[in-house]
Design a protein around this ligand. Structure first.
Ligand SMILES: [Zn+2]
Ligand SMILES: [Zn+2]
Length: 310
């Protein structure tokens, strides 16, 4: 026994202890550098996940709708009459259905175009193609829809192609546009508006038309996605205000980001809802920078693999 209490036989043990301390130190360094990744500090794992894993892109198909329908908001709207604006690039039949029972409407819409045009509920009027012009819809019978929840829509307007013209159409071409209009009354004081629109396609499919909320700049929001915003003055991304906006976010339907800014965000900059997927509203290739963006955190990506996050 030496005075120091250590012998040569203890040396291996000392090396093991030093090795363990070094390993502990290295582990601490790794943890401190990646605290945000493993959710100890910062906004946590969700934030880092979305930054390294961009939301999936959905493939969308562009469809051509030969009709437009909107109500004239500056004119008085009531059960006595509704002023609307209609345009069509094809000859068409139009009908308005006042107090349409919801179940009966959907039963009718699931039928073929011939079934819709021959429906006993609807009285169609023929019209040729024309630019946007006013149309007045009115009913002679007074409507009593009762208190909400209701089983009837105040007004449904159907614009449908002529049956003779649908022979050479592609299966996904639109053959009818169905607009559901709410009319404000004492018992249901929600503002009068087109509350839903459905597209009937040549192959018989029925789809619900959803609006995009396109923003030019942050805070300045315009409803709807029009051809003008695509070709004329191009709206810019609301984050960088430099690139044209090209990405519509889902599920909130805010079209507000460019290809470069999308991978940097996990929440919509307009409404703060989580981005679960997106689709392109401009025809363009994914820029290289978007791919590079995904390689910015190689160390964190390795950690994800280590922890089996993907
Ligand atoms: Zn941007
Ligand atoms: Zn949003």
């Amino acid at each position: 026994m030496g005075t120091s209490g250590l012998t040569l036989a203890d040396l291996p043990n000392i090396f093991i202890m030093i090795g363990a301390l070094v390993a502990l130190f290295v582990m601490l360094v790794i943890l401190l550098r990646n605290m945000e990744v493993i959710g100890i500090v910062g906004e946590g794992r969700e934030d880092a996940w979305s930054r390294t894993m961009p939301p999936p892109r959905l493939l969308m198909q562009r469809v051509h709708i030969p009709f437009t329908f909107k109500i004239q908001e500056n004119a008085p709207i009531g059960y006595s009459g509704v002023n609307c604006c209609v345009s069509s690039t094809v000859r068409y039949w139009h009908a308005s259905w006042w107090g349409a029972p919801v179940r009966e409407l959907h039963r009718t819409l699931w039928g073929s175009l011939a079934d819709i045009l021959s429906s006993s509920q609807l009285k169609f009027t023929k019209s040729g193609p024309h630019d946007e012009g006013p149309m007045r819809l009115s009913t002679v019978e007074p409507l009593q829809l009762g208190p909400p929840p209701r089983t009837c829509y105040p007004l449904v307007v159907i614009l449908a192609r002529d049956l003779k013209d649908i022979g050479e159409l592609r299966p996904d071409d639109t053959v009818a546009l169905v607009s559901v209009v709410h009319i404000r009354d004492e018992q249901c004081p929600l503002p009068s508006a087109v509350i839903a629109q459905y597209l009937k396609q040549a192959n018989g499919h029925l789809s619900c038309l959803k609006q995009l909320y396109v923003t030019g700049e942050c805070g300045e929001e315009t409803e709807g996605y029009t051809e003008g915003s695509e070709h004329g003055d191009v709206a810019l991304c609301c984050v960088c205000a430099a690139q044209p906006l090209s990405r519509a976010l889902l599920p909130c339907r805010h079209a507000c980001l460019c290809a470069r800014c999308l991978p940097k965000l996990d929440k919509c900059p307009i409404c703060r809802s989580a981005i679960t997927s997106y689709f392109c509203i401009r025809n363009e290739e994914e820029p290289l920078s978007e791919l590079k963006q995904q390689q910015r955190f190689p160390f964190n990506r390795r950690l994800f693999n280590l922890f089996h996050y993907h």
